[in-house]
Design a protein around this ligand. Sequence first.
Ligand SMILES: *Cc1c(COP(=O)(O)O)cnc(C)c1O
Length: 358
Amino acid sequence: MSRLIRAVIEPRALRHNLTTIRERVRRARVMAVVKANAYGHGLVPTALSLPEADAFAVARLEEGLALRAAGITQPIVLLEGVFTAEQLLEAARHGFDLVVHDALQVELLEEMSGAHRFVLWIKIDTGMNRLGFPPREFAAALERVRRLKTAPLEIRLLTHLACADVRDNHMTNQQVGRFREAIRGLGYSVSIANSAGIFGSAQLACDWVRPGLALYGATPFPDGSAAQLGLEPVMSLESSVIALRRVTAGETVGYGAAWTAPRDSSIAIIAAGYGDGLPRNLPGGTPVLIAGARAPIVGRVSMDMIAVDVSALPEVHVGTNVVLWGPGLPVEEIARHAGTIPYELLCSVSQRVPLELR
Ligand SMILES: *Cc1c(COP(=O)(O)O)cnc(C)c1O
């Protein structure tokens, strides 16, 4: 019996994707986004596999601490900044770069004792209406940051796009227009593009880019493939057949008797379920890769198992390896079946699924 469910991670593909991104953005520096456990790929192993990244970006302080504990020496950007004086001190101790998106964060910096110096990324809200200073409040925030008792090591500016995954989008043009207006004449380094921005428009590269999904080898666009962008999948989510059975026409398989065999069929039971992060609402007909071919899931996803119709694949046996997504079966395709996006599937791979570096 080969092993049960595991997420096989290919560091070579990760580095390949970083190179592809670099070629696309030329001189822009790359902040590799490794929040949410590196989109399910393992925070520390992912960062250790990218010695060429100019910086790493995480959402939360704890993620940054884990990177430093693992010996990562590159700059680490906290995309949501800090929210308390204790966190600010912790960020100073570990040399984190901070996004400043709110007046409360400026206050924390003003009130900080000691001569700690940060790289500060001031975030401008150009229309996402999530984090950042609206353009009319930005100048005042910048002025306060410039006057901090301990001057920042460097001030940089960023914004985030709402619709970068739609090419030639009106909202993107509007956001970029507002950003350019706000930063005009300031001369600071700036950053606009996430993965979709990087591959959607060469003009968004600026000084820094912030790829997440593309690094992991999936396309951020709702159509087209990662391969067309020159990206290779980094994760292969794999498991094995743990049982095989024959069902006769008219019998049902699984909870709710949701699938009825239209004819005598061979059913493979595979050790992968919603307890591993597969969406329970994956509809019947969603493919898996087994013995090099596609075969459809039948019936409901259970906590630990799925059933697959392998009637057309007589070579399948107990122990046969199964790819749930990975090379040959893009995670984007599975996401479409599930009515979600590859981001969510990758982030949902659960704790009990071991990561294996290839
Ligand atoms: C998550 C995040 C990114 C990365 O987005 P992708 O679409 O995965 O490339 C970039 N910038 C910010 C501010 C983010 O929060």
